[in-house]
Design a protein around this ligand. Structure first.
Ligand SMILES: *[C@@H]1O[C@H](CO)[C@@H](O)[C@H](O)[C@H]1NC(C)=O
Ligand SMILES: *[C@@H]1O[C@H](CO)[C@@H](O)[C@H](O)[C@H]1NC(C)=O
Length: 268
Protein backbone atom coordinates (compact mmCIF):
# COMPACT_ATOMS: atom_id res chain seq x y z
CA UNK A 1 0.00 0.00 0.00
CA UNK A 2 1.04 3.62 -0.44
CA UNK A 3 1.16 4.03 3.34
CA UNK A 4 3.95 1.63 4.02
CA UNK A 5 7.29 0.89 2.48
CA UNK A 6 9.89 -1.82 2.66
CA UNK A 7 13.39 -0.71 3.50
CA UNK A 8 16.37 -2.89 2.76
CA UNK A 9 19.39 -2.64 5.03
CA UNK A 10 22.61 -4.25 3.90
CA UNK A 11 25.22 -5.15 6.45
CA UNK A 12 28.79 -4.37 5.36
CA UNK A 13 30.72 -7.28 3.77
CA UNK A 14 33.39 -6.95 6.44
CA UNK A 15 30.85 -7.80 9.09
CA UNK A 16 29.23 -10.69 7.32
CA UNK A 17 30.54 -13.16 4.74
CA UNK A 18 27.33 -13.05 2.84
CA UNK A 19 24.98 -10.15 2.50
CA UNK A 20 22.04 -10.44 4.81
CA UNK A 21 19.07 -8.34 4.07
CA UNK A 22 16.76 -7.33 6.81
CA UNK A 23 13.39 -6.28 5.60
CA UNK A 24 12.01 -3.82 8.00
CA UNK A 25 8.39 -2.99 7.70
CA UNK A 26 7.85 0.60 8.57
CA UNK A 27 4.94 2.93 8.53
CA UNK A 28 5.14 6.06 6.52
CA UNK A 29 6.14 9.16 8.46
CA UNK A 30 6.20 11.79 5.72
CA UNK A 31 5.90 12.37 1.99
CA UNK A 32 7.52 15.00 -0.19
CA UNK A 33 5.50 17.19 -2.51
CA UNK A 34 7.09 18.65 -5.61
CA UNK A 35 5.22 20.02 -8.60
CA UNK A 36 2.99 18.29 -11.16
CA UNK A 37 3.66 21.10 -13.60
CA UNK A 38 7.09 21.72 -15.11
CA UNK A 39 8.93 24.65 -13.56
CA UNK A 40 9.81 27.37 -16.04
CA UNK A 41 13.32 28.76 -15.59
CA UNK A 42 14.51 31.82 -17.46
CA UNK A 43 18.14 31.94 -18.62
CA UNK A 44 20.25 34.14 -16.38
CA UNK A 45 17.61 34.43 -13.67
CA UNK A 46 16.76 32.74 -10.38
CA UNK A 47 14.41 29.77 -10.09
CA UNK A 48 13.00 27.88 -7.10
CA UNK A 49 12.43 24.13 -7.45
CA UNK A 50 9.64 23.36 -4.97
CA UNK A 51 9.88 20.48 -2.53
CA UNK A 52 7.93 20.36 0.72
CA UNK A 53 7.57 17.76 3.47
CA UNK A 54 4.05 16.70 4.24
CA UNK A 55 2.81 16.84 6.92
CA UNK A 56 4.79 19.91 7.85
CA UNK A 57 7.73 18.91 10.02
CA UNK A 58 11.26 20.05 10.50
CA UNK A 59 13.81 18.92 7.93
CA UNK A 60 16.73 20.27 9.95
CA UNK A 61 17.92 16.81 11.07
CA UNK A 62 17.18 15.04 7.78
CA UNK A 63 19.32 14.34 4.75
CA UNK A 64 18.27 16.43 1.74
CA UNK A 65 19.67 15.45 -1.61
CA UNK A 66 18.89 17.25 -4.85
CA UNK A 67 20.24 15.40 -7.87
CA UNK A 68 19.96 14.83 -11.59
CA UNK A 69 21.30 11.68 -13.31
CA UNK A 70 24.25 11.22 -10.98
CA UNK A 71 23.01 10.61 -7.46
CA UNK A 72 26.66 10.61 -6.31
CA UNK A 73 27.43 14.08 -7.61
CA UNK A 74 24.41 15.92 -6.32
CA UNK A 75 23.14 19.29 -7.29
CA UNK A 76 22.92 19.93 -3.56
CA UNK A 77 23.53 17.81 -0.48
CA UNK A 78 22.63 18.59 3.12
CA UNK A 79 23.42 15.95 5.72
CA UNK A 80 23.96 15.85 9.50
CA UNK A 81 23.15 19.55 9.54
CA UNK A 82 26.03 20.31 7.15
CA UNK A 83 25.99 21.62 3.62
CA UNK A 84 28.29 19.18 1.84
CA UNK A 85 29.98 20.62 -1.20
CA UNK A 86 32.98 18.36 -1.89
CA UNK A 87 31.07 15.94 -4.13
CA UNK A 88 28.74 18.56 -5.56
CA UNK A 89 28.31 18.62 -9.34
CA UNK A 90 30.71 21.29 -10.68
CA UNK A 91 28.00 22.85 -12.81
CA UNK A 92 25.99 23.76 -9.71
CA UNK A 93 28.72 24.98 -7.35
CA UNK A 94 27.95 28.38 -5.98
CA UNK A 95 24.66 28.51 -7.88
CA UNK A 96 22.36 26.42 -5.69
CA UNK A 97 21.11 26.83 -2.15
CA UNK A 98 18.53 25.59 0.32
CA UNK A 99 16.49 28.14 2.23
CA UNK A 100 17.90 27.61 5.73
CA UNK A 101 15.18 29.56 7.50
CA UNK A 102 12.56 27.38 5.74
CA UNK A 103 13.97 23.98 6.76
CA UNK A 104 12.24 24.18 10.15
CA UNK A 105 8.85 24.07 8.41
CA UNK A 106 9.85 21.30 6.02
CA UNK A 107 10.42 23.50 2.98
CA UNK A 108 13.38 21.87 1.27
CA UNK A 109 13.01 23.78 -2.01
CA UNK A 110 16.14 24.39 -4.04
CA UNK A 111 17.10 27.88 -5.10
CA UNK A 112 19.18 28.14 -8.25
CA UNK A 113 20.59 31.32 -9.72
CA UNK A 114 22.06 32.28 -13.07
CA UNK A 115 20.02 29.63 -14.93
CA UNK A 116 21.67 28.06 -18.00
CA UNK A 117 20.27 26.11 -20.93
CA UNK A 118 22.00 23.01 -19.57
CA UNK A 119 19.86 23.20 -16.41
CA UNK A 120 16.89 21.89 -18.36
CA UNK A 121 15.78 18.40 -17.29
CA UNK A 122 14.48 16.29 -14.45
CA UNK A 123 15.56 16.87 -10.86
CA UNK A 124 15.09 14.55 -7.92
CA UNK A 125 14.36 15.79 -4.42
CA UNK A 126 15.23 13.06 -1.93
CA UNK A 127 14.64 13.42 1.81
CA UNK A 128 15.73 10.83 4.32
CA UNK A 129 15.34 10.49 8.06
CA UNK A 130 16.70 7.65 10.20
CA UNK A 131 13.65 5.53 9.52
CA UNK A 132 12.11 6.75 6.32
CA UNK A 133 12.85 8.26 2.94
CA UNK A 134 10.81 9.80 0.16
CA UNK A 135 11.60 11.19 -3.22
CA UNK A 136 9.86 13.25 -5.87
CA UNK A 137 10.87 14.55 -9.27
CA UNK A 138 10.54 18.02 -10.70
CA UNK A 139 10.84 18.91 -14.37
CA UNK A 140 12.61 22.13 -15.28
CA UNK A 141 12.05 23.77 -18.66
CA UNK A 142 14.47 26.51 -19.62
CA UNK A 143 13.53 29.43 -21.81
CA UNK A 144 14.54 32.98 -22.61
CA UNK A 145 11.94 35.70 -22.93
CA UNK A 146 13.07 36.96 -26.31
CA UNK A 147 16.32 37.07 -28.21
CA UNK A 148 17.83 40.07 -29.94
CA UNK A 149 15.82 42.41 -32.17
CA UNK A 150 15.58 40.87 -35.64
CA UNK A 151 17.79 42.52 -38.22
CA UNK A 152 16.49 42.64 -41.78
CA UNK A 153 19.17 43.00 -44.45
CA UNK A 154 19.41 42.71 -48.22
CA UNK A 155 20.99 39.35 -48.89
CA UNK A 156 20.92 39.03 -52.66
CA UNK A 157 19.61 40.74 -55.79
CA UNK A 158 18.29 39.08 -58.84
CA UNK A 159 17.02 41.45 -61.49
CA UNK A 160 14.19 43.38 -59.91
CA UNK A 161 13.78 40.90 -57.11
CA UNK A 162 15.49 41.08 -53.79
CA UNK A 163 16.22 38.39 -51.26
CA UNK A 164 15.93 39.69 -47.73
CA UNK A 165 17.45 38.01 -44.73
CA UNK A 166 16.25 38.32 -41.17
CA UNK A 167 18.57 37.34 -38.36
CA UNK A 168 18.33 37.26 -34.61
CA UNK A 169 20.22 35.48 -31.85
CA UNK A 170 19.82 34.46 -28.21
CA UNK A 171 16.65 32.35 -28.41
CA UNK A 172 15.59 29.28 -26.45
CA UNK A 173 13.76 27.07 -27.24
CA UNK A 174 13.91 27.24 -31.07
CA UNK A 175 11.93 30.27 -32.22
CA UNK A 176 9.42 30.54 -35.04
CA UNK A 177 9.89 33.11 -37.80
CA UNK A 178 7.03 34.59 -39.81
CA UNK A 179 7.26 37.16 -42.58
CA UNK A 180 4.46 39.47 -43.67
CA UNK A 181 4.32 42.13 -46.38
CA UNK A 182 3.33 44.81 -43.89
CA UNK A 183 -0.36 44.39 -44.79
CA UNK A 184 -0.98 41.15 -42.87
CA UNK A 185 -0.32 39.09 -46.00
CA UNK A 186 2.05 36.27 -45.21
CA UNK A 187 5.25 35.95 -47.22
CA UNK A 188 6.69 32.47 -47.62
CA UNK A 189 10.29 32.14 -46.59
CA UNK A 190 12.58 30.45 -49.09
CA UNK A 191 14.92 29.05 -46.50
CA UNK A 192 15.72 29.12 -42.83
CA UNK A 193 18.71 28.07 -40.77
CA UNK A 194 18.92 27.65 -37.03
CA UNK A 195 22.30 27.43 -35.35
CA UNK A 196 23.31 26.66 -31.79
CA UNK A 197 25.52 29.25 -30.14
CA UNK A 198 28.19 28.48 -27.54
CA UNK A 199 25.83 29.03 -24.61
CA UNK A 200 23.23 26.64 -26.10
CA UNK A 201 20.95 29.42 -27.28
CA UNK A 202 19.72 29.46 -30.88
CA UNK A 203 20.33 31.97 -33.63
CA UNK A 204 18.04 32.02 -36.62
CA UNK A 205 18.34 33.24 -40.22
CA UNK A 206 15.29 33.34 -42.47
CA UNK A 207 15.03 34.50 -46.09
CA UNK A 208 12.23 35.79 -48.32
CA UNK A 209 12.24 37.00 -51.90
CA UNK A 210 10.15 39.99 -52.82
CA UNK A 211 9.77 41.81 -56.10
CA UNK A 212 7.13 44.22 -54.97
CA UNK A 213 8.61 47.55 -53.87
CA UNK A 214 5.34 48.51 -52.15
CA UNK A 215 5.90 45.79 -49.58
CA UNK A 216 7.05 46.69 -46.11
CA UNK A 217 8.47 43.32 -45.22
CA UNK A 218 8.07 42.49 -41.58
CA UNK A 219 9.97 39.76 -39.81
CA UNK A 220 8.43 38.46 -36.59
CA UNK A 221 10.24 36.02 -34.32
CA UNK A 222 8.29 34.26 -31.64
CA UNK A 223 9.19 32.20 -28.62
CA UNK A 224 6.16 29.92 -28.83
CA UNK A 225 6.67 28.77 -25.32
CA UNK A 226 6.46 32.17 -23.69
CA UNK A 227 4.30 33.69 -26.46
CA UNK A 228 6.72 36.57 -26.66
CA UNK A 229 7.70 38.11 -29.94
CA UNK A 230 10.18 40.50 -31.50
CA UNK A 231 9.47 42.21 -34.76
CA UNK A 232 11.35 44.28 -37.33
CA UNK A 233 9.98 46.14 -40.31
CA UNK A 234 11.67 47.47 -43.42
CA UNK A 235 9.82 50.74 -43.79
CA UNK A 236 9.95 50.48 -47.51
CA UNK A 237 11.60 47.84 -49.54
CA UNK A 238 12.16 50.66 -52.07
CA UNK A 239 15.18 51.63 -50.00
CA UNK A 240 16.43 48.09 -50.42
CA UNK A 241 16.11 48.41 -54.21
CA UNK A 242 18.33 51.48 -54.08
CA UNK A 243 21.39 49.40 -54.87
CA UNK A 244 21.20 48.99 -58.64
CA UNK A 245 21.78 45.54 -59.94
CA UNK A 246 25.02 46.40 -61.71
CA UNK A 247 25.94 44.45 -64.79
CA UNK A 248 29.50 43.09 -64.62
CA UNK A 249 30.04 44.35 -68.18
CA UNK A 250 29.24 47.87 -67.02
CA UNK A 251 31.79 47.54 -64.23
CA UNK A 252 34.42 46.27 -66.69
CA UNK A 253 33.68 49.19 -68.99
CA UNK A 254 34.19 51.80 -66.26
CA UNK A 255 37.35 50.14 -65.00
CA UNK A 256 38.78 50.15 -68.52
CA UNK A 257 37.70 53.76 -68.97
CA UNK A 258 39.62 54.63 -65.81
CA UNK A 259 42.68 52.83 -67.09
CA UNK A 260 42.80 54.73 -70.39
CA UNK A 261 44.47 57.91 -68.98
CA UNK A 262 46.93 55.73 -67.05
CA UNK A 263 47.77 53.84 -70.23
CA UNK A 264 48.25 57.13 -72.12
CA UNK A 265 50.59 58.42 -69.37
CA UNK A 266 52.67 55.27 -69.51
CA UNK A 267 52.78 55.46 -73.32
CA UNK A 268 54.05 59.07 -73.14
C1 LIG B 1 17.92 17.87 15.72
O1 LIG B 1 18.91 17.12 16.38
C2 LIG B 1 19.48 17.81 17.47
C3 LIG B 1 20.64 16.98 18.02
O2 LIG B 1 20.34 15.62 18.02
C4 LIG B 1 18.41 18.04 18.53
O3 LIG B 1 18.94 18.74 19.62
C5 LIG B 1 17.31 18.89 17.91
O4 LIG B 1 16.24 19.03 18.80
C6 LIG B 1 16.79 18.25 16.64
N1 LIG B 1 15.91 19.17 15.99
C7 LIG B 1 14.73 18.82 15.49
C8 LIG B 1 13.93 19.91 14.89
O5 LIG B 1 14.32 17.67 15.54
C1 LIG C 1 9.78 27.55 0.22
O1 LIG C 1 10.69 28.62 0.30
C2 LIG C 1 10.89 29.32 -0.92
C3 LIG C 1 11.97 30.37 -0.68
O2 LIG C 1 11.65 31.24 0.34
C4 LIG C 1 9.58 29.92 -1.38
O3 LIG C 1 9.76 30.56 -2.62
C5 LIG C 1 8.52 28.84 -1.50
O4 LIG C 1 7.28 29.40 -1.84
C6 LIG C 1 8.42 28.05 -0.21
N1 LIG C 1 7.51 26.94 -0.41
C7 LIG C 1 6.47 26.72 0.37
C8 LIG C 1 5.65 25.52 0.02
O5 LIG C 1 6.20 27.44 1.31
Amino acid sequence: SRDSKLLYFKTPASVSLCFIQFKVFLSKTFTVLGSDQPIIAVVGEVVVLPCQLSPRMSAVNKTIRWFRDQINSPVYLYKNRFHITDKQDQAYRGRTTLFIEELGIGNVSLGMRNVRVSDEGIYGCFVESLIWYEETTIEVIVTVGTGSDPLIYPDDYEGKRIQLGCKSSGWYPKPEVTWTDGKSQKLTSVSETIETEDDGLFSVNSYVITGDSSHKPTCRIQNNFMKETRESIVFSSKSMFFFPSVSPWLVAFFVLLGLVPVAICIAI
